[in-house]
Design a protein around this ligand. Structure first.
Ligand SMILES: Cc1cc2nc3c(=O)[nH]c(=O)nc-3n(C[C@H](O)[C@H](O)[C@H](O)COP(=O)(O)O)c2cc1C
Length: 179
């Protein structure tokens, strides 16, 4: 089994990337499952002119990794009451032929230093993926408010409740995708 992650923030110290890493590392360590964060940082802004010449190599590589994964975890920041534009651009590239998203298992997660827990962004991204035929898991929900108080500056979890939520969530995820 393989579980991969995609982050919708390009920021070096992105909380969403740290959260994704924590979840994937716990899956790899506790469940001995192969995990990877797919590099999407060099995807250009979608432009059909670029695509008509050649699909960028990073997009081809990412699609190949998705094809070989049993679950994709999408971790996106909340931007203006939705998910990030970076994430939309990633999904736009990934949605192009040859299709790799339909029927793929996916889970959306997210975190914010604010109080919203990224709920609107989570809902919108679920809707986008559902429309593309992705098998989006409606549970568990790893949506985190005040993330800056739950991780230290090195990206270590310092909040017991969040650690417990992530551990329980991993059990739920594996139950759902190994049926
Ligand atoms: C353009 C913009 C819009 C934002 N809108 C929201 C928002 O609607 N809700 C929220 O909780 N945080 C919002 N934020 C704060 C981000 O969630 C915060 O910067 C977060 O740390 C970004 O994710 P990252 O750390 O993974 O890069 C916004 C930030 C930016 C730059």
């Amino acid at each position: 089994m393989k579980i991969s992650g995609i982050c919708g923030s390009l920021r070096k110290n992105s909380w969403n990337n740290i959260l994704l890493k924590i979840v994937l590392n716990k899956i790899a360590k506790n469940k001995k499952i192969n995990t990877e964060i797919i590099n999407v940082s060099n995807f250009p802004l979608y432009n059909a002119d670029i695509e008509s010449i050649k699909t960028p190599e990073d997009v081809i590589q990412a699609k190949s990794k998705i094809q070989k994964s049993d679950l994709i975890i999408f971790s996106s920041p909340a931007y203006n009451g939705s998910y990030s534009g970076v994430m939309k651009n990633i999904v736009d590239w990934l949605s192009r032929s040859p299709q790799v998203l339909p029927d793929k298992n996916a889970l959306v997660i997210g975190c914010t230093p604010g109080m919203s827990g990224t709920l609107l962004g989570y809902t919108h991204l679920n809707q986008l993926l559902f429309g593309l035929g992705v098998n989006v898991l409606s549970q568990p929900r790893i949506l985190v408010s005040s993330i800056n108080k739950k991780l230290d500056t090195d990206g270590n979890l310092i909040d017991e409740d969040l650690e417990l939520l992530i551990e329980k969530s991993i059990e739920t995820i594996l139950d759902k995708i190994t049926i």
